[in-house]
Design a protein around this ligand. Sequence first.
Ligand SMILES: CC(=O)CC(=O)C(=O)O
Ligand SMILES: [Mg+2]
Length: 218
Amino acid sequence: MASNRLAQFRVFGKKIVAVGRNYKAHAEELGNKVPEKPIIFTKPTTSYLSQGHPIKFPPGCNDLHHEVELGIVVGKKGYQIPEEKAKEYIGGYFVALDMTARDLQLDAKKNGHPWTLSKGWDTSTPAGEFIEKDKITNPQNLQIWLKVNGEMRQNGNTADMIFSISYLISFISKYMTLEEGDVILTGTPSGVGGLKGGDVIEAGIGDVAKITFSVDKS
Ligand SMILES: CC(=O)CC(=O)C(=O)O
Ligand SMILES: [Mg+2]
């Protein structure tokens, strides 16, 4: 992938595929079952947010949660990709936030409805700059962290994913073609929690990449 600009995700990014409950400790902290197979949902590309712009509360939300995640940028088109070939389809990485309106999500879960609005409003996918694939030698051993107003809230390691990146690429592509510029959000470690207007979020992957976003509840 030639350019390292977020705009590239928008141009090529036909979809954002996200994984839920991919860390045991996170599934348990919200009282959810540890999944036996990946839980997959999608988010619209209009939810992307680049640094310098605030994260907004969606209408009707009073419990906005942060979820830091390792984002994978797909490097080439593939369908039914074997797990052992999956690494060839990784174009690069980025730090992502899968912002979640937890109260809207709980309401949807109670009623058996989809999570789309609780995960997909404009500004719900803050994203850092594209990280070249060769900058990260082992994506399954990265510290992934998030601070709110300087206080550490999430501090996990991608080694603790229930389903590996290669497994996820293979699993998702059994059902849908992955295209260059599509992204996969690989799930959040434990420590998710509520935010208020004026909060400042810093998040990163080890010392490879860092993002900063403010929260606006107007
Ligand atoms: C309960 C969730 O919101 C699942 C999710 O997005 C995750 O990263 O885990
Ligand atoms: Mg998530």
